[in-house]
Structures are given as structure tokens and as C-alpha cells.
Design a protein. Structure first.
Length: 294
């Protein structure tokens, strides 16, 4: 009977766990819809901004704007500093979502250090911050307050420092490591080179449209280029937030399904033990009755 009581306790424990994981799955599914809407809403703006810059950028203007100018590498006398912004979540229980982002950040940091850069690491999210604190790495900045509802103001605050350092010639490259939201089950980590700004492909070849611009192209680019950098950071924030909810929903669904399988196995084991105990009791009763008759 002791084993039966232990099995019943395990069954109740797994059932309670399944209720929790099922609830978390439903919550993540609800948040995923809103996060996906933010991603979809941001894409047309990004596309339009990219097209405008592609129409305006010329080789002459590239040399006039520090954000477009590609500095020399450290071995050729260029800036020796680089910056990497890692975006993770504040919460776990999302499968390998955060660990994959951290692996990608480590890969990029090691690659930049091999190229001769000293890397300033900026981190958003408790998981990334905690990991690199554990390694003893000093963080250039850290943010825990953004969460899964990022705003354009958050993006502007994150890129302000690296952008100013790049314009001043103190920074050679600025990259963002974040998730790319492809679907609810596909959110691979990616590295986006934010600075220097690579002119869109449309600006490199083909006939250029004949626009009459007012103000001039350089005045427009002066406003658009910082906006483009902030938009890249905002896209990274909203796509990582959507990726987090998608990964957590998938992880919690798998946990719920696994809990159901464990409950089935434990229930079968409990029923077999109970049936064996009942059979043994019947055999003892029959044996006792036979002994009394004999």
C-alpha cells in the first residue's frame, strides 16, 4: 500500500504541474498574438525607410556622413573598440531561446576580438546579464526594465551611446544580437550590423530615380540615418519579444504533453499494483475458506 500511496502522490504532483504548464502555454499564446502584431506593424515602416535611403545615398554622400563611412580595421589604424548589444528575455522556461542568443553573442564577441577589437558588451534582459555576470565579464550597460513591450524610446536610448561613439570615431563597429521572428516555432538568433550603415542594395546599381528634393538629399539623410539606426534596434526588440513568447508557448506545450504521458504511465502502474493487491487478497480469502472447509 505504501507504493500505491507514493504513486498517487506522484500522479497528483504531475497533474498540478500540467495545469501550470498548460496555463503558461495559454498565456504565451495570448501574448504572442500581440507581439506578432507589433512585428508586422513595424515591417512596412522599415521597408519604406530603407527604400528612401536607397534612393538618396550616393558615393559622395557616403563620405560626408560618419554613420555611412566604413572605418579602417584596428590593424590598419582604425578604432580599436567595437560594441555588441545582446537582447534576451527576463524570464526563462522558453526552451533553448536564451541560450541560443547567448551562444551567438559569444561567437560574435570572439570573432571581433580575433579581428583586434576590444568589445563593449551591452545587454538587455536578465538572462543575458546573469550569464555574463557569472563569467565575470564587465558590461558596458545593462537594461532590465524593457521587458516584452518595447517602445521606440527604448530603442533610442539603447543606440544613443554607441551611435555617438561611432560618429566621434571611437567605435569601429556596432552589432545587435537578437532573435529573428520567422514563425511561432522558428526564431533563430541573428547578428545585425547596425554601424556602419550598409547602403541598401538599390543604392549600389541600376538607374537612379530623378527626384526633385526639397530639402536637399544631405539634409534628409541627416534626419533619416539616426532614425534608421533606432529602427533597427526597435525591430530587434519587438522580434525578440515575439520570439520569446513563441518559444515559451512551444516549450510549455511540450511540457504539457510530456506530463500527460507521464500521468498515463503512472496511472497504468498504479492500476496494475492495485489489481495485483486485489488478486492477492482474493487468493488469500479463497485459501482461508478452503482451509476452514478442510
Amino acid at each position: 500500500m505504501a507504493k500505491s500511496r507514493a504513486l498517487k502522490g506522484r500522479i497528483r504532483s504531475v497533474q498540478n504541474t500540467r495545469k501550470i504548464t498548460r496555463t503558461m502555454e495559454l498565456v504565451s499564446a495570448s501574448k504572442l498574438k500581440r507581439a506578432t502584431d507589433r512585428v508586422v506593424a513595424a515591417r512596412p515602416y522599415t521597408k519604406a525607410l530603407t527604400e528612401v535611403i536607397a534612393d538618396l545615398v550616393t558615393p559622395e554622400l557616403v563620405e560626408r556622413f560618419p554613420l555611412l563611412r566604413r572605418p579602417a580595421t584596428p590593424d590598419k589604424g582604425g578604432p580599436a573598440r567595437a560594441a555588441v548589444l545582446l537582447i534576451t528575455s527576463n524570464r526563462g522556461l522558453a526552451g533553448g531561446f536564451n541560450s541560443n542568443l547567448i551562444k551567438e553573442a559569444r561567437r560574435r564577441i570572439e570573432a571581433l576580438e580575433r579581428a583586434g577589437y576590444t568589445v563593449d558588451l551591452h545587454a538587455v534582459g536578465k538572462k543575458g546579464i546573469g550569464y555574463f555576470r557569472y563569467l565575470g565579464r564587465t558590461l558596458a550597460s545593462q537594461r532590465l526594465d524593457i521587458g516584452d513591450k518595447p517602445t521606440a524610446e527604448h530603442a533610442a536610448e539603447l543606440v544613443a551611446g554607441p551611435m555617438a561613439a561611432f560618429e566621434a570615431g571611437e567605435l569601429g563597429v556596432f552589432e545587435i544580437v537578437a532573435a529573428r521572428f520567422q514563425s511561432a516555432i522558428s526564431t533563430p538568433p541573428v547578428t545585425v550590423t547596425v554601424l556602419p550603415i550598409a547602403p541598401p542594395e538599390a543604392a549600389k546599381a541600376g538607374p537612379r530615380p530623378d527626384f526633385i528634393l526639397k530639402p536637399a538629399a544631405d539634409a534628409i539623410l541627416e534626419q533619416l540615418l539616426p532614425l534608421y539606426v533606432r529602427n533597427l534596434a526597435y525591430r530587434a526588440l519587438v522580434e525578440t519579444a515575439a520570439g520569446e513568447h513563441g518559444a515559451r508557448r512551444s516549450a510549455m506545450k511540450n511540457a504539457t504533453d510530456n506530463a500527460g504521458e507521464i500521468i498515463q504511465i503512472l496511472t497504468r502502474t498504479y492500476n496494475r499494483q492495485r489489481q495485483a493487491a486485489i488478486t492477492q487478497e482474493i487468493a488469500e480469502i479463497v485459501g482461508g475458506a478452503s482451509a476452514l472447509q478442510g
